[in-house]
Structures are given as structure tokens and as C-alpha cells.
Design a protein around this ligand. Sequence first.
Ligand code: MSP
Length: 681
Amino acid sequence: MENRKPFYITTPIYYPSDKLHIGHTYCTVATDTLARYHRLKGEDVMFLTGTDEHGQKIEDKAREAGVTPKDFVDAIVEGPRGVKDLWKLMNISNDRFIRTTDDYHVSAIQKIFKKMYDNGDIYKGTYKGKYCKPCESFWTESQLKDGCCPDCGRPVLDAEEEAYFFRLSKYADRIQHLLEDTDFLQPRSRVNEMVNNFIKPGLEDLCVSRTSFSWGIPVDFDPGHVVYVWVDALSNYITALGYCNDRYHDYEKYWPADVHIVGKEIVRFHSIIWPAMLMSLGEPLPKRVFGHGWLLLDGGKMSKSKGNVVDPYILAEKFGVDALRFFLMRTFPFGSDGNFSNELLIQTINTDLANDLGNLVSRTTAMAQKYFGERLPAGCGATEGEKKLAQDSAAPGTFAIVASGGPKQFDAELIALTAGLRGRYEEAMEQYAPHRALEEVFKVIQRANKYIDENAPWALAKDMVANGPRLAHVLYNLLEATRICATLLTPFIPDSCDKIFAQLGAPEGARTWESAAVWGSLPENAAVAKGENLFPRLDMDKALSELEAAEAEARKAALPAVETEPQLEEKVDFDTFCKSDFRAVKVKACENVKKSEKLLRFTLDDGTGTDRQILSGIAKWYKPEALVGKTLMAIVNLPPRKMMGLESNGMLISAVHTEHGEEQLNLLILDDKIPAGAKMC
Ligand code: MSP
């Protein structure tokens, strides 16, 4: 298809410093939904995502983990349950995936840096200021919030080093104009934030190289400097199309991007620094930057360091990929922040997917099959009058006035509302409001469910001779409304819509954008097949507790398998050591101490001829009867100690370590041939 309109859409490229969480998933699912929407409209979409792999934070994390930075990021990007696996699981349809460690990107960045240097926009100076390591951001004193990073609130470091600077200040006026006088940045509310916080106080030149660490792209004409990670990262949007490299060749076709979708905290980089870099390079600017809100947990931002991240794998595995995709797009207005909760997720699945959509599909297909077998009878489809009504109702904002009362009105209302759906949906999607597009689809789904109740097909079916044709027409209308809804839901829940189409018997031609505006596109004789229940209803309490158990299990699995206490630095002299009297002891009797969950009471043969009693807090790990007859090791010259009213004379020796966060204890059990009382030395 030659004449399709190109559409270039991107997500931010992710930091593989930790595994991705539901916030990252939100951003990528939203971008995927928009990309699929443009494909549905027949556009030639290029959807790019990837990973942003350089910078001090990753260098530090790799050092902590004892691996090279490249091995560190490889594991998170390519490894099991890593970035690529997550996008595959979430059914993300990106056309390209860029890693900033890819060779073609590295050499392209060196060329881009040199171009800006050659045209006088990059110069050498001394950097003095504040640096937020976790955010990889430089700040001036005046930008700090209570002395801390204004983005993440963490302390900043003093930084001073020789560095290259980019003449950002030179572009201040052009950027202000871009932000204030065009639609470049959306939602509009973000414009004031940028202009008031960053441009009006005076845009300072930007430090664009570092010498204090090495995990970055080297400035090829001045070794020792690495390119500032944001210059490296932002350029991904053009290097991934072949700018300054031969790996790809579609820069001419797709650039400028139609939209960069980004989270609100990185709007600054995309709406100030990125356009200035492009101005310096003499390249066109992206048409739009859209800054979406954050998913919050208990009102705060999710972050690994706060330990409050939500794992998308667990949710997708528990509830299904489409249910999770749907929830993210349906619940949170895209430009604003939203509070994530498991209750809300389960509630949305039950209300919208199980009750509304799932019920419509299953009731409609089940009744069609029950009353007519596989196919509805000929003549059940859209009448000429209905087709005309649909056409008249298709323009956004119009809604047909229909006759009052009775079956004709029910039909007309359903048809008019459904016929106008594509227009209302498109308007919302074009305004980056997928949540509103879904609202429109669900109004139709709810209307269709009401239409079932109004027409009571089960009552019509009681007299098939008199009502058969009417019943068939009612069911056709329901199949048709469901088909149009499913077509428009495809970008949101692609797999489920394929299943719905199969149940409706909708051929390819009745799944298209065009056919979503034409009432009557479903052939009358479509082969209806009731299938599996797409979205089973969840029991809130049961689902919540299963989820909590799965999350606890995952947290446990993420802890180090085995941990032992570090060895003591302080030395003990030999004489002191020899003062401890370790002996082999044989267990004559062992029982739980009454009213204590922890203590076991041992009666031991220590070789002296008199029984020794020791109390030991090991009931969590041992059943008393299993220890009788064993030869253990005890220190016997500790002063006596009273526990639960009983005297303990000594201590049994055991090995202690931590496994997946839980303390484990093993008694030192000696060979039985060692006699009671043998000294350990
Ligand atoms: N590497 C940079 C982007 C460079 S683009 C040239 C980066 N990476 S990130 O992994 O930290 O974040 C990627 C995206 O995920 C950002 O758009 C960010 O806003 C988004 N989110 C991270 N946590 C989020 C939420 N809790 N909620 C919504 N989006 C969030 O920034």
C-alpha cells in the first residue's frame, strides 16, 4: 500500500536499572493503544520503544552487582522477565526496539555531538552545580526544592568538572514561542509549568559531557568525556530511523515524529532540550509531545527504592493481559495522575468487562444459537431505512430524533447511538483521551444490554411463528452493535476482540475502521458461535487474597537465596577462646515447654553422670521427638539462666542463615560414635 499516511509514535526509552513496574507498563500500553488505533485507521505506523542504557546510575549498580555495565543491562533488557519479555507479554506491537548501546546508535551520537560542536552550539567550560544521581539530572541552586532534586526529592551532590556545554540559552525565545503559540506540547496545562519554571527564570546552557565516570558514549574528539545521558537518549528517536547511520533508512519517511508520548517528569527534556538540539542540528521538530500523568500508589510515586512498585507480570498472569491493558486505559484520564489499587482493577474487570461487555457477547451469541442454530434467517439484517438512519447519525454530535415508543424506537436509538460511535471515539483518540473513547464505547455496550431487556428475546421466542422475524432482527442488531464496539476496542484489547469477532462470525471486512461506520456490515448469515466466557466475574475477597499471596511470594523470591552474617572483624585471643567449654551431649528426652511457642526443654547426658537441662528456642524448626537419641554440641560453662521459670544450663550450638528473607536454623548434629562428654576443640 503505497499511499498510506506515515505515522511515527514513540515511548520514552526505559532505564534498565531495575525491572519495570506498572507505571512503565501504563506508558507503553497507552502508546501501543494509540499505535494500534492509527494502524486500524490504515496508517503506515512506525512505533518505537527501547532502552536507555548509559549513565552513572547503571555504572554504580553494575559495580554493586559485581558485573560489567553491559552484562548488567543485558540481563534486564534481554533476560527472563526483562523489558523485552514484558512487552511481549503485554502484546506491545512496537515495530522497532532501540538499545542505546547498539553500535549504530553509539557512532551516530558521536556524529550528532560533533555536528553541534562544529556549528558552535557546544563549547568547553567548567561545570559547577548540583547533580541528582538517580535522575541523572543537573540542577542549578535556584531549581532545587528545599535543597533537593525537584523531580524526586532526593539529596543532590556538588559537582565541579571540566565539561562541554550546549548553548540552550540561545534557543530560549524560539522554544518559548513553540510552547506558547503552538500545539506542540499537550496537555496544555504542562505549557505553563515549563515556561514559568524553566524558561522565564532564564534558560541556562546545559552541561552535556561528564568526565567523572566512563559508562557512556565517548566524545570521540576528546576522550575522557562521555556524552550526557539525555543527549544520548533523546537522539534515539532519530538514530532509530537511520539518522547519521546506515542501519536504518526511513528518516525521510517518518521524521518528524507525529508524537512522543512521555511521562510528566520528562516533559522538560522533550519540550525544551530536545527541540533545541534539533534546532541546532537544523532538523524539523516533532509535531507533538504528550505528557501523561503518573500512576500513584497510596498517593505517592512508585519507586523501587521506596519498595512500593506493582509488578505487571503478577497482574497480567492473574487477570489476563487484556484485562490489565483495559484497566489502565479505562480508569485513569491519560493526562492526569491516578491512584492505582488492586480493588479498582478487580472492580473494573467485574463492571465493564464481565458485566457489560462479557455479558453482551455471551447473551447475544447464546441466544442467536439457541433460537436459530448457527445462522440467523435471511431477511434479518439492516433495512434501507436503518442504513439511512445510521448514515444520518454518523456525524459527531448528531443524534437522530426517532419515533416515540415501541420496538422501532428501541432499534432506532441503538442504531443511531452506535452509528455515531466511531466519530465520537475518533475525536477522543485524536485528543489523546483513550479513556473518553472507551467511555463512548461503553455507552453503546450499556445501551445494547438495555436493548436486550427492552426486547426480551426470551419472550419473543415463545411464539416463533409470530415473532421469529422480529427476534432475528433484534439479534442481528445486537450482533451488529457488538461488532462495531469490538472493532473500536481492538487497539485496547486485541486478543479478546479477535475472540469476539470469531464468536460473531465477523469476516475480515467487517472488522475494519471503514466498516465501523457502516451499519449493516455484518453479513446476515454470519456463522455465530458461542465461545468461552471471555471475562469471568471475580470474587473480590478471593482475588485480593490470591494476589497478595502471589505478591508476597514474588517479594520472597526476589530476596537473595542465601544470606549469612558477615564475619566478625574483632579478633579473640586464644586463651579467651579456650575458656569456652564445648562438649558432645546426647539427648535423653526433649519436650515443648508449656505456654511457649519457641522453647524446647532438653534432658541431656553430658558424660558427667548427672543429667543436664538446657532450654533452646528452636521449636519453630524441630519436633522434640525427632531429636531424642541425637548427639549434639553444647557449650556447658555458661552461667545458668531462667526461662519460663525453668533453669537452662548451657546452650546448644546451631548454624544460622537466611533463606529468601526467612531465618533458618540447623542444630549441629554429631556422629553417634562420639561419646557424651567428649570435649570439642
Ligand atoms: N530513560 C528515560 C527516558 C528517555 S526518553 C529519551 C526515562 N526512563 S524511565 O524508565 O525512568 O521512565 C520511562 C517512562 O516511564 C517515563 O515516561 C516515566 O514517566 C514513566 N513512568 C515511570 N513511572 C511511572 C508511573 N508510576 N506512572 C506513569 N508513568 C511512569 O525516564
